[in-house]
Design a protein around this ligand. Structure first.
Ligand code: SAM
Length: 247
């Protein structure tokens, strides 16, 4: 199958994004390892260390992991936090959630992880209901980023933490050209080898290019009403962790 991504207007983006992740769900984790050379694991570990879910069991710490897919971030959060730490994985794609649910049950984490189908632009949760909101490699896929950010702000409690891990702009001379070559050539080829179709991966690479750089994205987070917004580059800016507080 070929999706013809390049012909698509931004308003029609969501159905195509859904198709991509539906198609790759069962091989998604393997693809992540192949394409990032395992780096995504280090970036995700660093994100969760930076969030530092409390180890003490006194007070409940509830995290919402949006575009959580197969639960990579949420799993790390509950493993790292104490028993009072729980996470809700919210994703628009039922196929990704199914893979995550099965994995959580197998790991014996079913009581602290839950899976809810929902759209980042219109979250199915009440105002001020979470202590932290995380989104990893997800916001780039959401058609209206500003809507997703204002929803993040809405569902966070006062003092809640916003954290977003996303591919960003490489800021190391030389690395940028290697990176471009790798992403435009190697990634679609690897995608075709593993899933039989390189086209969805071509879409993913293009979506990384179109995403706002570190400073512009930090501004968008501020505009959504977050305070003390900061970011930290990983691997020369291939990925970046943005953080903000709901005050
Ligand atoms: N966070 C996981 C990780 O880091 O491994 C999964 C990231 S995966 C690259 C992107 C996820 O975003 C997919 O599971 C996709 O279904 C989800 N997604 C795309 N658009 C969404 C939306 N509007 N609302 C919620 N999730 C969405």
């Amino acid at each position: 199958t070929s999706f013809g991504f390049r012909k698509v207007a931004s308003g029609e983006k969501q159905p195509l994004v859904n198709e991509v992740f539906h198609q790759v769900a069962d091989r998604y984790d393997l693809m992540n390892d192949l394409m990032s050379g395992g780096l995504h694991r280090l970036w995700k570990d660093a994100m969760v260390s930076s969030l530092a879910p409390p180890r003490a069991d006194r007070r409940a710490f509830r995290v919402l992991d949006v575009a959580g897919g197969t639960g990579d971030i949420a799993t790390r959060i509950v493993e790292r936090g104490g028993k009072a730490t729980s996470a809700v994985v919210c994703d628009i794609n039922g196929s990704m959630l199914e893979v995550g649910k099965a994995r959580a049950a197998k790991a014996g984490l079913g009581d602290r992880l839950s899976f809810v189908e929902g759209n980042a632009e219109d979250l199915p949760f009440p105002d001020r209901s979470f202590d932290a909101y995380t989104i990893a490699f997800g916001i780039r896929n959401v058609p209206r980023i500003d809507k997703a950010l204002s929803e993040a702000r809405r569902v966070l409690k006062r003092g809640g933490r916003f954290m977003c891990l996303e591919f960003s702009q490489v800021d190391v001379a030389g690395l940028d050209r290697v990176y471009d070559f790798f992403s435009f050539n190697a990634i679609p080829v690897m995608g075709r080898m593993v899933t039989g179709d390189g086209e969805p991966y071509r879409y993913l690479v293009e979506s990384i290019r179109k995403f706002p750089n570190q400073e512009r994205f930090a501004d968008m987070i501020r505009e959504a009403g977050f305070s003390r917004v900061s970011y930290r580059n990983y691997s020369g800016g291939i990925a970046c962790l943005h953080s903000g507080w709901a005050i």
